[in-house]
Unconditional design. Structure first.
Length: 94
């Protein structure tokens, strides 16, 4: 659980190569990032933001989770600013 505009860090402690797959509001819209060690994201809107972790080793089951973004201390996002998710400095919008 976090608040809008706070940085969330995903840490890969498995020792295996994984892909982190952000599912942005549309279940068919995915954004995949390779995570050797850690990756960070900033969620700009309140709500539930699901993600999946896929291991390159097919013997290891995928992990599923969600970041719950609560509160909206800044009101609606500025249209000149990313309104989706920023991952490692890159804006992801639907």
């Amino acid at each position: 659980m976090t608040e809008p505009e706070h940085r969330v860090t995903f840490v890969n402690r498995s020792g295996r190569m994984v892909h982190l797959d952000f599912i942005i509001r549309d279940p068919e819209l995915h954004h995949v990032f390779q995570v050797p060690d850690r990756i960070w994201a900033i969620f700009h809107r309140p709500g539930r933001h699901p993600y999946e972790v896929h291991f390159l080793d097919p013997a290891v089951a995928d992990l599923h989770g969600a970041i719950e973004v609560v509160g909206d201390p800044y009101g609606r996002p500025d249209p000149l600013v990313c309104s989706g998710v920023t991952v490692q400095g890159a804006c992801i919008e639907r």
